[in-house]
Design a protein around this ligand. Structure first.
Ligand SMILES: NC(=O)c1ccc[n+]([C@@H]2O[C@H](COP(=O)([O-])OP(=O)(O)OC[C@H]3O[C@@H](n4cnc5c(N)ncnc54)[C@H](OP(=O)(O)O)[C@@H]3O)[C@@H](O)[C@H]2O)c1
Length: 299
């Protein structure tokens, strides 16, 4: 029997790469080469148990990236801005993978990209964790790599952590503070991304050379709050915070998230219909929260 084509999956121990690695392993269509800086991590061992070849690779080390991509048919590439908070570093990592993919003749890269907001807004808005990925997307195209860029909507999982409802100080209710005004914000469970990416690897003729925006659905912050109220049995409201107030909240990425929401208010292209075609089981926010309400039990 001919051996399966290999797909190298960066970030395989994380949310996006983990979802992609699992979906590919389940399909049995390709072999998975799961990349991690530490092959002894429990998440790496879990993937090994599921049938992945787990290999050591570091996006700051060119030789290791070349070793990972050698002989691979495809690669899923995600870089983690939040690991270092440096656009320059993220751009450097992305371009290094692109150069290595070119040298080694990788036939299909699926890159987890985003828009270069700084460029699109003529310098008015800066969202470093978007801008760097946009720069890397352009670099991939410019050196002629067979690539598909997938631009993810905000993870629904964020509502279980950094965006979880906060207890109001003036009453028995909770608020969601995201400066979106009344504009719907696209979202998706990161766990549903893997099947979407697998479908893209399965249809290179349709997706090579394209950037696709992924979203399960777009809801206003009040609609997100309504779903949370219904499922948690506690009143949750949109805090109706403005971007100007949000950026003064004082935590390190406050200005960046305020600018991200200003960009989201411009409705970047996220294709709900296509996302459902590529993963017919993609969950709505309501389904996602029903399955994950336990994470907010202590509220
Ligand atoms: N949160 C959102 O709503 C959202 C939406 C769209 C896009 N994003 C983007 O998603 C990215 C993060 O992806 P994620 O959520 O999957 O992150 P994650 O769950 O924190 O996982 C990060 C992964 O990156 C790997 N990694 C980090 N530094 C590495 C390096 N130097 N070399 C090799 N691997 C490295 C880690 O592997 P090891 O530690 O095992 O080496 C881990 O598997 C960010 O850049 C963010 O901008 C997030």
């Amino acid at each position: 029997m001919a051996s399966k084509k290999v797909i190298a999956v960066f970030g395989a121990t994380g949310a996006q790469g983990g979802s992609v690695a699992r979906a590919i392993l389940k399909s049995k269509k390709f072999a998975v080469r799961a990349v991690t800086r530490d092959v002894t991590r429990p998440k790496a061992l879990e993937l090994q148990d599921l049938g992945a070849e787990v290999v050591k690779g570091d996006l700051n080390d060119k030789a290791s990236v070349e070793a990972v991509l050698k002989g691979a048919y495809g690669a899923f590439v995600v870089t983690n801005f939040w690991d270092h908070l440096s656009k320059e570093k993220e751009v450097c990592q992305g371009k290094m993978v692109a150069d290595a993919a070119k040298r080694l003749g990788v036939q299909h890269v699926v890159y987890s990209g985003l828009e270069n907001v700084k460029q699109l807004s003529g310098g008015k808005l800066e969202v470093p964790h978007f801008d760097g990925k946009g720069e890397v997307e352009d670099y991939f195209w410019s050196i002629g790599i067979p690539m598909t860029s997938v631009r993810m909507a905000a993870y629904f999982e964020n509502f279980l952590s950094m965006w979880k409802p906060v207890k109001a100080t003036d009453g028995d209710y909770y608020t969601l503070a995201l400066p979106m005004g009344d504009v719907p914000m696209d979202g998706i469970s990161v766990a549903d991304i893997g099947t979407v990416v697998l479908s893209i690897f399965n249809s290179p003729e349709e997706f090579l050379g394209k950037a696709v925006g992924l979203s399960a659905e777009a809801l206003t912050i009040q609609q997100y709050a309504d779903v949370l109220s219904k499922i948690l049995g506690k009143e949750v409201q949109d805090a109706k915070i403005t971007p100007e107030a949000y950026e003064k909240l004082g935590f390190p990425a406050a200005e960046e998230i305020a600018n991200m929401c200003r960009f989201y208010q411009m409705k970047p292209d996220r294709d709900v219909k296509l996302t459902h075609r590529l993963n017919p089981k993609v969950k709505s926010f309501s389904q996602f929260m029903s399955e994950n309400q336990g994470a907010l039990k202590g509220m």
